[in-house]
Write a protein that binds this ligand. Structure first.
Ligand SMILES: NC(=O)c1ccc[n+]([C@@H]2O[C@H](COP(=O)([O-])OP(=O)(O)OC[C@H]3O[C@@H](n4cnc5c(N)ncnc54)[C@H](OP(=O)(O)O)[C@@H]3O)[C@@H](O)[C@H]2O)c1
Length: 269
């Protein structure tokens, strides 16, 4: 059993709290001025929520401290940590995009154990992808503990270097956005055939989820599966010929992923 302090319980923080409070026997102390009342209303004996950090007592109790606030207010929150004392074995986690471990070091104890995690939105339904990188002071026990926690909301991957966080931000972090945009474009394109909104949506959602599940079960790559279905002279080939013309589709996506990576680099400066 660990005592976990979660600072910020918005979209991502609450996805983590919901999964962890139902799937582990840890105790949770949550600080969030916007959410604390709703959280306390749940009357979960394992969760205690507070409006501000000043109301939290006994920082030496915490085994895991998680920062899940927006990047813009990270400094304001961290400044309160300068005078606090923590267990030597405590591990600090940040899911805040763009804030490097060095940023946190200005406010935390010397030689603190720190892990940066980049989760993604499907963590809300326990289908997330969380990429993690640690500083050199993190113990094996803490690494295992944090990997186990994030495995409750999906798959995990350890990175070797902190710079790689910006790469995974552009892939799995922002990736759900690319997928949703593709589905939106597909839905709008399909509507022109006049089948009606409800049926079109149903067809597309099942087609997308069925195709992804097929890809996960097959040994073939996405490219091979696309080619297999595009029989010469057939309907799929007619559509793919348009999408593949001049490599437009691939090139656009290449540019998009690169733009996300460059933005992640810029934000972490
Ligand atoms: N959402 C994602 O898909 C995703 C993916 C990867 C990483 N992240 C990272 O996760 C972090 C949180 O993202 P989010 O989408 O969960 O944001 P969010 O929904 O805005 O959640 C942040 C929460 O922190 C609260 N807060 C504000 N000031 C606070 C304070 N002083 N102390 C404690 N809590 C405070 C906010 O309340 P108010 O609403 O009143 O400000 C809000 O409830 C971000 O840094 C983001 O980069 C998010």
């Amino acid at each position: 059993m660990n005592n976990i302090l979660l600072i910020g319980c918005g979209h991502m923080g609450s996805a983590l709290l919901t999964a962890w409070s139902s799937k582990t026997n840890n105790h949770f102390f949550v600080v969030d001025p916007a959410q604390y009342k709703n959280i306390n209303k749940r009357l979960n004996k394992k969760i205690h929520a507070f409006k501000t950090l000043n109301q939290v007592r006994g920082f030496l109790l915490f085994d895991i401290i998680i920062f899940a606030v927006k990047p813009q207010i990270a400094k304001r929150v961290l400044e309160k940590f300068v005078s606090l004392q923590f267990k030597k074995s405590a591990v600090f986690i940040s899911i805040i995009a763009g804030k490097k471990i060095n940023f946190f070091n200005q406010f935390l104890p010397l030689r603190n154990q720190f892990i940066r995690v980049m989760p993604n939105m499907p963590a809300i339904i326990d289908q997330g992808m969380s990429c993690m990188v640690s500083n050199r002071y993190v113990s094996r026990t803490n690494k295992n503990k944090i990997e186990l926690l994030f495995s409750k909301v999906g798959l995990t991957l350890w990175l070797k270097k902190e710079i790689e966080i910006n790469k995974v931000t552009a892939i799995s972090g922002s990736g759900p956005g690319y997928v949703f945009l593709f589905i939106d474009a597909f839905e709008k394109a399909a509507l022109q055939l006049g089948l009606g909104k409800k049926s079109t949506k149903k067809l597309i959602r099942q087609t997308v989820s069925g195709s992804v599940n097929l890809l996960l079960q097959e040994k073939k790559s996405a490219e091979e599966l696309a080619n297999n279905i595009a029989i010469k002279g057939g309907t799929t080939e007619a559509a793919l010929n348009i999408l593949k013309k001049n490599n437009d589709f691939h090139n656009k996506l290449k540019k998009a992923v690169k733009a996300a990576f460059l933005r992640a680099n810029a934000l972490s400066k």
